[in-house]
Design a protein around this ligand. Structure first.
Ligand code: FNR
Length: 340
């Protein structure tokens, strides 16, 4: 069942037509007419999970579990290695149950070498299985996804959401690698961020609304049970980022994802609060529609244009980019609550 679902997720993701809004357009960055930097001086490297990466972008969790997934993971790992950026595999739940599928996850480690590779499990996974998932791919960190909206929209989905925080706490305390808690496209509110931080979570991927929409993906799998009125559900990525950043947890690494499509979205994510951004859907589209070269070129473009935008804001490195001044306009201004 899970094997087919993996493929259906990718196929149905590519069929989605609903266009959400992560609200990056309501973030205004000042133009700096006197940047006092040479283009070649721009340094996009940064530290993520104690390792140096060349660019602040994570290839976020997508897949694993069948031969089609293996092909995708191979290409994504190749891109991650080429650009020296981190990558996450998709949910390893299937591989914890069916050892025949393990190879479709391990292939990424073989290619990425000593680059950063993240595992992916759900909030109910036991500590023991979390350890197995780490060992399976020699993970540098473990993502735990929170996806109640997606589960509820699946006929066969989970209906039990109690004690997930307690379980995450056990994993955080028992695992030797850092834990990253993430959403899958509906956002992390500041109250949820506070709860996660209170149990020791030091990395949160807000994965907000505006990009991949699992309510629509699941709706396409079971069209007779229409849930289209809920397609607008979720916290826009820009709002989620600003509110979690406003909590001022100095040792919390915030990852910005959900609807990042281009360099300007990514740069804005970093200006408003993220240490690094992450992309799933848009990269997957490039890969499936145009193959490896097309996907490679897409990331190359993002790197080049991010440097352009950094120069135009007057930031010569990522630390300076995180301190660039910005304004919030339009609906985002109405929505954002800066209170702690
Ligand atoms: C995902 N995502 C995801 N997340 C996760 O934690 N485990 C998973 O197995 C998957 N699987 C998956 C499959 C497909 C086809 C897509 C497009 C996405 C969610 C992903 O990591 C990310 O949080 C969201 O997609 C939002 O980012 P984008 O796609 O808008 O850049």
């Amino acid at each position: 069942m899970r094997k087919y679902r993996k493929r259906e997720h990718i196929e149905n993701y590519l069929r989605t037509t609903y266009v959400g809004n992560p609200m990056f357009e309501d973030v205004f960055l000042y133009h700096n007419a006197l940047p006092d930097i040479d283009f070649d001086e721009i340094d996009t490297s940064t530290i993520f999970l104690d390792k140096k990466i060349s660019f602040p972008l994570l290839i976020n969790a997508i897949t694993g579990g069948n031969s089609f997934s293996e092909e995708i993971n191979n290409s994504l790992a190749e891109i991650a290695k080429t650009f020296n950026i981190p990558m996450a595999v998709g949910s390893q739940t299937i591989a914890l149950e069916d050892k025949d599928t393990i190879g479709s996850f391990q292939c990424a480690r073989k290619i990425i070498g000593d680059g950063i590779l993240l595992g992916n499990i759900n909030g109910h996974t036991s500590l023991e299985d979390a350890k197995r998932a780490v060992d399976m791919i020699e993970a540098d960190g473990m993502q735990i996804h929170l996806n109640p909206a997606q589960e509820l929209s699946m006929e066969e989905g989970d209906r039990t959401f109690k004690d997930v925080l307690l379980n995450i706490e056990k994993i955080v305390n028992g695992l030797e690698v850092p834990v990253i808690v993430k959403e899958v496209g509906f956002g992390i509110s500041k109250d949820v961020a506070k709860k996660l931080y209170s149990i020791g979570v030091k990395n949160i991927d807000i994965s907000g609304f505006g990009g991949t929409n699992f309510l629509e993906i699941e709706n396409l799998r079971t069209p007779d049970e229409d849930i289209s009125e809920l397609f607008g559900w979720g916290i826009p990525s820009a709002m989620s980022l600003i509110e979690v950043k406003a909590l001022e947890y100095e040792d919390l690494t915030i990852i910005g994802s959900g609807g990042i499509k281009n360099a300007l979205d990514l740069v804005k994510c970093i200006v408003i609060g993220a240490s690094i951004g992450a992309i799933s859907g848009e990269l997957l589209s490039y890969l499936v529609h145009g193959g490896y070269e097309y996907a490679h070129q897409y990331i190359e473009n993002i790197v080049y244009k991010s440097k352009m935008i950094m120069l135009l804001t007057g930031a010569k490195n990522i630390e300076e980019l995180q301190n660039v001044n910005y304004r919030v306009t339009g609906k985002l201004r109405e929505l954002v609550d800066y209170d702690k």
